[in-house]
Design a protein around this ligand. Structure first.
Ligand SMILES: [Zn+2]
Length: 304
């Protein structure tokens, strides 16, 4: 039951894996944080090298959106692939979180948000003594870039609609509509893995990217074929993953969004540009105390 108070983790959680782009081993320790801290990445606590400081998960910290969302600070520190953890914290309903990390990228794990959601749920959620707040959409805001677009509209709840359109027959055209107060939507979202084309894997490797990518942490498609032997986890896994990425990127607005989001062919660049537009447009949104609600809603603390 949501109490109307902010939340953090009840205990620490540790995850280890490799970075999708660096291929390097990386470890992340998720720790409780204080009320109003938000989500903060600490690049110093687990690192033996020179301190690279802390980075707050907010739109002003974004420094790169090619392939993943990367945040940086003035000390030259940066952290990539933050979107799956930010999405996990959002769907579990963790407001304040300290993320200690020893690399410059969060581990890709199985390519979905499931390992992060599971770790957060296992650690448990505790209340902080400050009111939980949401970013309520007050008027329609849109960002259109050719055939790609994101629109936010006022809505009494949190609904996200994502459409994708790929030439690859294995992906094709998909649309998902997700009510984030619905447990079934959250189960589908968290399990959806990142994906790429076989041809792109070679190109990215040549560019020094995706060194940690494999069939264990990404869906790989080649024309009309899915190369992972176990196939898809959901017939709409591609659109679901784009929705997951969008939820993670939207969290950079500083609070979970209350409204209806409609995205056509979203990506990290479009997503983060949209967050900037939303926050810069005076009167388009406001931070409001969350309504106290029953179980299953977005932002529900798990295990309470
Ligand atoms: Zn992703």
């Amino acid at each position: 039951m949501r109490t109307g108070l902010q939340t953090t983790l009840a205990r620490e959680a540790v995850l280890e894996g490799v970075g999708l782009h660096s291929g390097a081993p990386c470890k992340v320790r998720l720790r409780p944080a204080r009320a109003d801290d938000g989500i903060v990445f600490d690049l110093a606590a687990l690192s033996s090298g020179p301190s690279r400081g802390r980075i707050r998960a907010c739109i002003d910290s974004v420094i790169d959106t090619r392939l993943c969302t990367r945040l940086g600070n003035d000390a030259g520190g940066s952290i990539g692939t933050v979107e799956h953890l930010l999405a996990a914290a959002t769907v579990i309903g963790v407001d304040n979180l300290l993320v200690e990390i020893d690399g410059d990228e969060l581990p890709i794990l199985d390519g979905s948000a499931s390992p992060y959601v599971d770790a957060l749920e296992e650690a448990g959620v505790a209340s902080c003594q400050a009111p939980h707040r949401r970013l309520r959409i007050l008027e329609r805001v849109e960002l259109v870039d050719g055939a790609r677009s994101i629109i936010a509209e006022p809505y009494d709840g949190a609904v996200i609609e994502v459409s994708i359109d790929y030439a690859d027959p294995a992906i094709g055209v998909q649309t998902v509509v997700l009510d984030l107060s619905d447990g079934e939507s959250l189960k589908r979202l968290k399990r959806a893995r990142t994906f790429c084309r076989l041809a792109d894997v070679e190109a990215m490797r040549k560019a020094g990217l995706s060194r940690g990518g494999s069939l264990d942490n990404a869906i790989v498609v080649d024309g009309d074929k899915i190369l992972n032997q176990s196939g898809l986890r959901d017939p709409q896994e591609f659109a679901l993953h784009k929705a997951l990425d969008l939820i993670g990127d939207l969290r950079l607005a500083g609070a979970p969004i209350e409204g209806r989001i409609v995205a056509v062919r979203p990506g990290h660049d479009l997503n983060t540009r949209f967050v900037k537009r939303l926050l810069e447009r005076g009167g388009a949104c406001e931070l409001v105390p969350a309504r106290v609600s029953g179980s299953g809603a977005l932002g529900e603390p798990a295990g309470e």
